[in-house]
Design a protein around this ligand. Structure first.
Ligand code: IFM
Length: 458
């Protein structure tokens, strides 16, 4: 253990959340249903039958949560905007939804905390899913219109925007594996969703640039990972290249080089009508210049080929049932994810070498068992060790010349962890599920002390 305040790179530090995971109040003030409201009601879709209601009841506890952020001493807060609050049916504007984000943003600005807003963190209006969702092309214009509404409304106070959070999850877990909303299992629809998400990002980026001007910071958040073979078997080594294409290059190559990788296109040809899907001009739109690439890093990915005897696991991408992601050799967090800070260093140095774009850690953190004592206090030494190790890897990457602008911890407080429900906790602040009381864990005190010492060391 032991990153010292003086070792911390001079960047922006913060914490991150997302709307569906914390807000609750899913029917308040005209909010429409999202795909996660509907998916959560499917028996067996979410652990313990949980849903984003009540979340952390953040919608009604906004002032308390703003004060918590101020107590932590963060420079910035990364949150997402719930599209179904702004456009409940995917089209009509709901002023009360915009008013909630006015209160959030004004509260941050009043406390000297810089807002970083994500437009889409997986809560698509259900009405748009019923029009075809991410698998259909009209969603691209709908997203660009939503970006315009938010940009015009908040752009005088929010200058940092991300379009999408983790399109890999939205497309592949949502439309292929089916463990995330909308729970579809169709390789061709997942491939279509991936393209439309990227196109929506590009179109929204151009819209936001027009609304906000050249000095706004615009970006996208991906969840790339180092991909490693699970054994020395030649088939496992061969699996790594395509798995890397599906996890990493299929997003970064169109964004920063204006092309889809050939190996991924070849794998997808038999599964989808790419000629109809990828239209002239799309790649130019996707490659709209951005200021920042957000990286969510939790774990490296270990890939094996079924032909080398690996079973179980999740397919590495749509239609790739012969390539599976399986557990690696490293120690794991409560979700069984390998803990490996070296993977973060490897990832950042590789992305810097391949694309050379400014980056931020938009999320990193861990789910751990979190046993509260009689007073409800959680002494989460395991989470502190995780964050300490990943901050040290981040700092090493910066020292090697990687252009990093920010580091956000996932997450401010325990919240709705998607298909895992509330049983899986990533927060540095505990939320008592009976009372909704916020109780800072040891990790929150550790992060706060680190940031305060950094400030005084400056
Ligand atoms: O909780 C999620 C978040 O919504 C997106 N990135 C990964 C986190 C942990 O699974």
């Amino acid at each position: 253990m032991g990153i010292e305040p003086t070792d911390l790179p001079d960047v922006t530090y913060g914490v991150a959340t997302s709307s569906y995971q914390i807000e609750g109040a899913t029917e308040a003030d005209g909010r429409g249903a999202s795909i996660w409201d509907v998916f959560s009601r499917v028996p067996g879709a979410v652990a313990d039958g949980d849903s984003g209601e009540p979340g952390c009841d953040h919608y009604h506890r906004l002032e308390e949560d703003l004060d918590l952020l101020a107590w932590l001493g963060v420079d910035s807060y990364r949150f997402s905007i719930a599209w179904p609050r702004i456009q409940p049916d995917g089209h009509r504007i709901e002023p009360r939804g915009l008013a909630f984000y006015d209160r959030l943003v004004d509260g941050l600005v009043d406390r000297g905390i810089t807002p970083l807003a994500t437009l889409y963190h997986w809560d698509l209006p259900q009405a748009l899913e019923e029009e075809g969702g991410w698998a259909s092309r009209p969603v691209v214009d709908a997203f660009a219109e939503y970006a315009r509404i938010v940009g015009e409304h908040l752009g005088d106070r929010v200058r940092d925007f991300s379009t999408l959070n983790e399109p890999w999850c939205a497309a592949f877990l949502g439309y292929d594996v089916g463990i995330h909303a909308p729970g579809v299992r169709s390789p061709s629809r997942a491939i279509a969703a991936a393209h439309h998400l990227m196109l929506a990002h590009g179109r929204a980026t151009r819209v936001l640039r027009g609304v906000l001007g050249p000095d706004a910071s615009l970006g996208i958040v991906l969840n790339p990972a180092p991909v490693r073979p699970v054994s020395d078997h030649p088939d496992d080594h061969a699996a790594v290249t395509l798995a890397d294409g599906l996890r990493n290059r299929v997003w970064t190559d169109p964004l920063f080089r204006g092309v889809y990788p050939d190996d991924v296109l070849a794998a997808w040809e038999p599964l989808a009508d790419l000629g109809a899907l990828h239209r002239d001009g799309d790649l130019d739109e996707i490659a709209a210049p951005v200021d920042l690439l957000g990286i969510n890093y939790y774990t490296p990915v270990h890939v094996g080929a079924r032909s080398s005897g690996h079973g179980g696991g999740t397919p590495a991408g749509p239609g790739q049932d012969h390539l599976v992601e399986v557990a690696g050799p490293e120690p794991t967090s409560a979700l069984g994810w390998s803990i490996d800070p070296t993977g973060l260093y490897d990832l950042l140095t590789r992305l810097h070498a391949d694309y050379g774009v400014p980056m931020a850690i938009a999320e990193t953190g861990g789910a751990f068992p979190d046993v509260p004592d009689a007073r409800g206090y959680v002494d989460d030494a395991d989470r502190i060790a995780y964050l300490d190790g990943h901050l040290a890897a981040f700092s090493r990457a910066v020292a090697s010349g990687v252009d990093m602008r920010a580091f956000y911890v996932w997450t401010l407080m325990d919240n709705f962890e998607w298909a895992e429900g509330y049983r899986s906790t990533f927060g540095i602040v505990r939320v008592d599920r009976d009372t909704m009381e916020r109780l800072p864990k040891a990790s929150a005190h550790w992060y706060r002390d680190l940031l305060a010492a950094r400030t005084s060391a400056r």
